[in-house]
Design a protein around this ligand. Structure first.
Ligand code: ADA
Length: 675
C-alpha cells in the first residue's frame, strides 16, 4: 500500500540566492511548513526598493513595483527512504504549492522544475534516493517575476514560499498514476439518470501492473455504507456503477459519496486511492439564471483570497475551514475562488459546507507578450482541472480576469481564450466555463463569444459612477444581449473601521459608505434572478503589496471582514439579513462611537418584519421595513445605550454624544489614494 508521509517539520530556510543543493549550507533558519517569507512584508505596506516598471504601458521587462521581498531562496530537509514491503517501489516528492516557481533536488540531483504558484506537483525521486542513509531534499523556490509565468501583474501579493506543505509518497511498483499533472490517478464523473438514480462513471490510470491485477471500485454513502461495487481488469479499467436513489449534492444539502479504487493482485490490495464526490446537475439560462438539480438558484456570494494577517498565504486546514464557516454564516451559497487555484483544504470545505464554486487560473490583468506564457496558462488550467475534478462544489472553470485592463483586445488574446475553452471542454465537459470582464470591456468584443457564461467586474459607486448605476446597467445589457448569461463577478468598495460620517460619500473609505453601498447592491441582485452570479469583492481584506489607499498601505480593504478575520464590518450584516434565514438584528455604527449633533441616524439590519428601538431603556419607535430600518434619535449628553429588538432577537450599542466628532473619522481627499 502507498505511504504518504508529510515532510512539514524541521526545514532549513536559507534566504540566499544561489546555493548548492547537495550540501546543507551555513546559516538559515529552522521553519515548519506551511511557510512564506512574505508573511509580514506581503501586506505591511512598507515599500522597499521600487523596481517600478510602467506596467500600464505593457512594459513588464522589470519586476512590477516591489514592496515585498521577491527572491529565489532555498529550503533544505533530510529524510529517510521509507522501507517498503516490496523492493521495487517508487518514491515521489509532492509539493502542494510553491510560490511562484520551484526546482526540486534530491541528493544534489534535479528531479523537477515547476512554474505556477498555486497547484500541486510531484517528482519521481526513486533513482536519486539512498537505500541505507539519509537523503537531502533541497527545494529552490522563487517569486521573482518571469515574463512567462502568470500572474504577471495583479492587485494581490504574489507570496513566495512552500506555503501548503510537502509530502513524501511511496508506492509499490504497481500503483495508480502519480505523474499526470498532480492528479489522483482516478477519474470519477457522477451523473443523474432519468429515473433519479446516479451513475458513477469511473476510470483509473494504473502504472506497472500486468494482467494479474484488477481494479476493485466501491462507492460508499455519507454514512459509510457501501452503495455500489464493481471490478475491472487493469487493461480495461473503466466502469459505470449505478447507485439507485442517490442523494443529490447542493448548498442546502451537501451530500458526499466516497469512491475508492483498489489495485488488487490475488488476495492483496497493492495500492488504493479514495476521492470524495457529489451527485448534482446544473445549467445556466440567459433569462432565468443558474439552476441546480432542476431548481433556480441565483448564485449569491463572495470572492475570497487565501491570505491572513502576518501569516500570508501559509494557512492551515483550520484557517481555511474557519474562513468557509464565516462565509456560511453570511448565508452565501457560492464563492468565487479568485484569482488562482486554492488549497484542497478550501475546496474540501466548500464540498462539505455547501457552496457552488467558481474556480480559476491567474490569467489576469494583462496577456504577457512572451509566447511561452500561454503554455503556462495551459498547464495551470490543466492542473486546476485534473487536481480538482472531484469537488462537487466546483461548477465553473474561469479562464481569465480583466485581461483587457492593461492589455489590448487583439486576435492573439482571443485565440488564447479559444484554446483554453477547447482545453477545458476536452478535460471536463461536465462543467461550465466562464470569465470575468473588466468593467469597460466593449460589448462587441469577441471575448463574449467563447465561454459558456460570462460576468463583469463592476465598481459603479466606487471607482466610477454611482451605486444606483448597477441595476440599469444590468437591465440594459440583458436587453441588448438576451442570449448571454451575464453575472457580476466582482463588485465592492473600501471600508475602514476608523472612518465615519453622518453623510457618507463615495471614496470616503468609511465603514458607513461601504454599508450603504452594499445595502443598494444586495437589493439590486435580489431583484434580478437572471443575473446568474454575484460576488462581493471581497469577503476579507487582503494583501495587495503595491496598494496605498485609505491610509492603509499594502492592503485592499474592500472586505466585509478584516484581514485577521476578527471584525465583521457593518456591511457583513446586510448580507446576513438577506441571505441567512436565521432571525437576526444588527445595529450599525457601533464603531461610529462618538456622535455630534442634536439627532443622529441609527441604521438597523434585520430579516424580521419589525424592529423596536430603545434609547437608554425608553422605547423610541417601532418600525416595519424590509431588511433596513432607519431611525433618528436624539442622544443624551454622555454615554447612551441603544437596544434593537426584533421578535426574539436583540442587539445593543453604546454611543457617546460629543460636541465635536474626532478628526480621525474623516480622511482628507488628498490622503485617500497615494502611490
Ligand atoms: C479588479 C480585480 C480585483 C481587485 C479589484 C479592486 O476587479 O479583479 O483583483 O483588484 O479590481 O479591488 O479594485
Amino acid at each position: 500500500m502507498r505511504i504518504i508521509r508529510p515532510l512539514n517539520e524541521n526545514w532549513l530556510f536559507v534566504k540566499k540566492q544561489d546555493q548548492d543543493p547537495s550540501v546543507i549550507p551555513e546559516g538559515g533558519v529552522r521553519v515548519d511548513l506551511p511557510h512564506t517569507w512574505n508573511a509580514v512584508d506581503g501586506h505591511d505596506g512598507i515599500v522597499t526598493e521600487v523596481a517600478g516598471p510602467d506596467w500600464a504601458k505593457g512594459d513588464l521587462s522589470k519586476a512590477p513595483e516591489d514592496s515585498y521581498d521577491r527572491g529565489s531562496y532555498w529550503y533544505y530537509k533530510t529524510f529517510e527512504t521509507p522501507k517498503q514491503p516490496l523492493k521495487d517501489g517508487k518514491v515521489y516528492v509532492e509539493v502542494l504549492a510553491a510560490g511562484q516557481q520551484a526546482a526540486v533536488y534530491v541528493n544534489g540531483q534535479k528531479a523537477c522544475y515547476h512554474e505556477g504558484g498555486y497547484s500541486a506537483f510531484r517528482a519521481d525521486v526513486t533513482a536519486f534516493c539512498y537505500e541505507d542513509r539519509e537523503n537531502l531534499l533541497a527545494i529552490n523556490v522563487s517569486n521573482v517575476y518571469l515574463t512567462n509565468v502568470y500572474p504577471q501583474f495583479a492587485d494581490f501579493t504574489f507570496y513566495g514560499g512552500l506555503y501548503r506543505g510537502v509530502n513524501l509518497i511511496c508506492v509499490p511498483d504497481a500503483h495508480f498514476d502519480l505523474d499526470y499533472y498532480g492528479g489522483p490517478g482516478v477519474m470519477v464523473t457522477p451523473s443523474v439518470e432519468e429515473d433519479g438514480s446516479a451513475m458513477f462513471e469511473i476510470e483509473s490510470f494504473v502504472k506497472g501492473a500486468d494482467e494479474n491485477f484488477t481494479v476493485l471500485y466501491t462507492v460508499k454513502d455519507a454514512e459509510g455504507k457501501e452503495a455500489a461495487r464493481g471490478t475491472r481488469p487493469v487493461t480495461d479499467s473503466g466502469i459505470c456503477l449505478p447507485v439507485p436513489d442517490a442523494k443529490l449534492w447542493s448548498p442546502q444539502s451537501p451530500y458526499l459519496y466516497m469512491v475508492t479504487a483498489a489495485l488488487v493482485r490475488r488476495n492483496e490490495v497493492r495500492d488504493e486511492v479514495t476521492v470524495r464526490c457529489g451527485v448534482r446537475y446544473f445549467s445556466c439560462d440567459p433569462d432565468k439564471g443558474f439552476f441546480l438539480n432542476g431548481r433556480s438558484l441565483p448564485l449569491r456570494g463572495v470572492s475570497r483570497h487565501q491570505d491572513r494577517l502576518y501569516k500570508g498565504n501559509a494557512l492551515t486546514r483550520e484557517d481555511h475551514y474557519e474562513d468557509a464557516k464565516i462565509i456560511k454564516e453570511l448565508g452565501a451559497n457560492s464563492i468565487r475562488l479568485a484569482h488562482y487555484q486554492h488549497s484542497q483544504d478550501f475546496y474540501d470545505a466548500c464540498d462539505e459546507l455547501g457552496f457552488v464554486v467558481w474556480a480559476e487560473i491567474p490569467f489576469i490583468t494583462i496577456m504577457s507578450q512572451d509566447p511561452k506564457a500561454h503554455e503556462n496558462c495551459i498547464s495551470q488550467m490543466t492542473e486546476l482541472i485534473v487536481q480538482n475534478y472531484h469537488h462537487p462544489s466546483i461548477c465553473f472553470w474561469g479562464l481569465s480576469n480583466e485581461v483587457l485592463l492593461a492589455g489590448k483586445d487583439n486576435e492573439q488574446l482571443v485565440q488564447n481564450h479559444r484554446e483554453l475553452q477547447a482545453l477545458v471542454r476536452s478535460l471536463d465537459p461536465s462543467r461550465l466555463t466562464t470569465l470575468a470582464h473588466v468593467s469597460n470591456t466593449p460589448e462587441d468584443s469577441e471575448l463574449h463569444d467563447i465561454t459558456d457564461v460570462e460576468a463583469y467586474n463592476h465598481y459603479f459607486g466606487w471607482y466610477v459612477g454611482t451605486m444606483e448605476d448597477n441595476g440599469p446597467w444590468l437591465d440594459a445589457y440583458h436587453e441588448n444581449h438576451p442570449d448571454r448569461c451575464v453575472g457580476v463577478s466582482e463588485y465592492g468598495c473600501e471600508g475602514i473601521l476608523t472612518y465615519h460620517s453622518a453623510k457618507p460619500e463615495k471614496q470616503d473609505y468609511s465603514e458607513d459608505y461601504q454599508a450603504l453601498y452594499h445595502e443598494c447592491l444586495v437589493k439590486v441582485f435580489s431583484e434580478r434572478p437572471w443575473v446568474w452570479c454575484s460576488y462581493v469583492w471581497n469577503m476579507f481584506d487582503f494583501g495587495a503589496a503595491a496598494r496605498n489607499e485609505g491610509g492603509v498601505a499594502g492592503r485592499n480593504n474592500k472586505g466585509l471582514v478584516t484581514i485577521d478575520r476578527k471584525i465583521k464590518k457593518d456591511s457583513y450584516y446586510i448580507y446576513k439579513a438577506y441571505w441567512n434565514p436565521e432571525p437576526m438584528v444588527h445595529i450599525c455604527g457601533k464603531n461610529y462611537a462618538q456622535r455630534a449633533g442634536e439627532t443622529t441616524e441609527i441604521r438597523v439590519y434585520s430579516n424580521q418584519p419589525e424592529v423596536s428601538l430603545y434609547l437608554n431603556g425608553e422605547l423610541q419607535e417601532v418600525k416595519a421595513a424590509d431588511k433596513v430600518f432607519v431611525f433618528t434619535v436624539a442622544l443624551q449628553e454622555g454615554m447612551n445605550t441603544l437596544c434593537a429588538r426584533a421578535g426574539d432577537v436583540l442587539d445593543t450599542a453604546v454611543l457617546e454624544k460629543v460636541d465635536k466628532e474626532p478628526d480621525i473619522y474623516y480622511l482628507p481627499p488628498e490622503k485617500r489614494r497615494r502611490g
